[in-house]
Write a new protein. Structure first.
Length: 127
């Protein structure tokens, strides 16, 4: 579910800043979630864990040819999004000052290292 929440973070931030329904809906984020949903569906059907190595290939296919995403995969992706979004929003809201601090660092520095983060952002690990 962490990969789904990561893909939803951009949408959650845009909705926080600009209001619901204002997300640009990048194809990359949708394609990652749909690829994960496809593997989830395969694993449920076969009872075996699907190979994560398929995610980049499926993501590229679904990004470039969204009409090839099966309806059942779209449905599962929607379910996963509905399940993951509240937790994504909760974490972003709890850590909003840290999100803003990272954004500020990214505007000032080409590369943000762990050392730079830890020296500028007061946050505890595992929080």
């Amino acid at each position: 579910m962490a990969m789904i929440r990561t893909s939803l973070a951009g949408q959650a931030v845009e909705e926080r800043l600009y209001g619901p329904g204002r997300h640009s809906g990048t194809r990359d984020d949708q394609a990652v979630i749909q690829a994960f949903a496809r593997l989830y569906k395969a694993a449920r059907k076969s009872g075996r864990i699907a190979r994560a190595t398929h995610i980049p290939r499926l993501t590229a296919l679904y990004r470039e040819q969204p009409d090839r995403v099966p309806l059942e995969v779209k449905r599962i992706a929607d379910e996963l999004v509905n399940k993951a979004m509240p937790e994504t929003v909760r974490v972003l809201n709890e850590r909003w000052s840290e999100v803003e601090a990272v954004a500020s660092l990214l505007l000032k520095h080409t590369v943000v290292t762990p050392e730079l983060l830890s020296s500028r952002i007061p946050c505890g690990r595992g929080k």
